[in-house]
Design a protein around this ligand. Structure first.
Ligand code: SAM
Length: 276
């Protein structure tokens, strides 16, 4: 099995959009509106959910009518929310066919099809022309990719000269591997966390300038710890990521937060610029 096939195997399941819409209607009522905000507890698939997306977007700075790229767009929650909030257009590219199908169905359900398009593809060979996007972002995707220089080089290729790219993900910590399974990988076979030094070197080798590089552990891990304790005592909330990933999500989330607490993974937010 290739790395890509193992990654898809970790994420894929049938009937994702139906489960998500079913969970939303059973929590909020059958006549409740299906909007990017209403779906947010179910379709931002990364630690701290929509709050992390809000923080990334504050750094990215999308503007109305811009063309934005989401690399590894998952089931499209961040893409829909950003397009709806800022009036831009977002193209999402993702490896997992079941996630792309769910993203398209949820685009239809939220009437966002004219603002968000989803392409199935690999971040290492984006199905997109050179110098196309005003801005790009990627959340918790590079952790599944061994060839990080290839990832950064492709991002650089498809954004316009002078464009910024915002990344939020986890780096390797000093205290060993994460506690598997975690939300991004069932085993170490598809988890590729780099140290800060390696990350900076890979970004520079691809040709980006680093505008900011922030370890966010100090401000985010205490909130994650509070969430872990709640999960341990009360289980997942009804509108939680278990709707997407199954009942294993509680264990995956607890393992991920313990890994952050123990310095086995470090959250980072990075802003890059393609030289003009
Ligand atoms: C943890 S999810 C994050 C999804 C989305 N960025 C979000 O925050 O909601 C990781 C995503 O990365 C995608 N992915 C992993 N490796 C990829 C690759 N080589 N190319 C494109 N997508 C990839 C997976 O299919 C999955 O949708």
């Amino acid at each position: 099995m290739t790395d890509g096939a193992r990654v898809e195997d970790h994420y894929a399941s049938a009937g994702i959009a139906e489960r998500i819409l079913g969970a939303l209607w059973s929590a909020n009522g059958l006549d409740s509106a299906v909007t990017p905000d209403a779906l947010a507890p179910l379709d931002h698939f990364h630690g701290r959910g929509i709050q992390a997306t809000r923080e990334l977007v504050a750094v990215l700075g999308p503007q109305a009518d811009e063309e934005i790229l989401d690399i590894g767009s998952g089931i499209g929650g961040p893409a829909r929310w950003i397009a709806a909030t800022f009036g831009c257009r977002v193209t999402g590219v993702d490896l997992t066919p079941e996630f792309c199908a769910a993203a398209r169905e949820l685009n239809r359900a939220t009437a966002m099809e004219d603002r968000v398009r989803i392409l199935e593809g690999n971040a290492l060979a984006l199905p997109l022309p050179d110098d196309t996007f005003d801005r790009a972002y990627s959340q918790n995707v590079v952790m599944n990719i061994a060839d990080k220089r290839g990832f950064y080089a492709e991002a650089l290729r498809v954004v316009k000269p002078g464009a910024v790219v915002a990344l939020s993900n986890l780096m390797a910590g000093p205290n060993g591997l994460p506690h598997f399974p975690v939300p991004w990988a069932s085993t170490a076979a598809t988890s590729f966390l780099s140290t800060e030094e390696e990350t900076r070197a890979d970004i520079a080798a691809a040709g980006f300038e680093i505008l900011s590089f922030r370890d966010t552990a100090f401000e985010t891990v205490p909130k994650q710890t509070a969430f872990r304790r709640k999960l341990e005592s009360e289980g997942m909330p009804p509108l939680g990521m278990q709707v997407l990933m199954g009942e294993r999500m509680r264990e995956l989330t607890i393992n991920s937060i313990r890994s952050l607490e123990e310095g086995r993974a470090i959250p980072v937010e990075i802003l890059l610029r393609k030289p003009a």
